[in-house]
Design a protein around this ligand. Structure first.
Ligand code: SF4
Ligand code: SF4
Length: 76
């Protein structure tokens, strides 16, 4: 059986790339509540990026997600 890669959804600007793996996200909202800049929100019980330009790349979302469903990539 061939395994396919997990579907990823990325949102980016020139400073940061935020990647979400929707299948891993259990919709616990931990990252939404921890994000100091209201970058993240919920849609259909999954996390989504509301405003990538507000992200200060603190990494709290990635660090605290219990399901490894969100990743931050700093660009500079
Ligand atoms: S902390 Fe992880 S599992 Fe919970 S809503 Fe955020 S991305 Fe989804
Ligand atoms: S890195 Fe920080 S500011 Fe950016 S989305 Fe995650 S918690 Fe919010």
């Amino acid at each position: 059986m061939v395994k396919t890669a997990e579907k990823m959804v990325s949102t980016e600007n020139d400073k940061v790339k935020i990647t979400i793996i929707p299948r891993f996200c259990k919709g616990c909202e931990i990252c939404v509540r921890l994000c100091p800049k209201s970058v993240l929100g919920m849609e259909m019980f999954k996390v989504k990026v509301v405003d990538v330009d507000k992200c200060i790349r603190c990494g709290q979302c990635e660090l605290r997600c219990p399901d490894f469903a969100i990743f931050i990539e700093k660009k500079d």
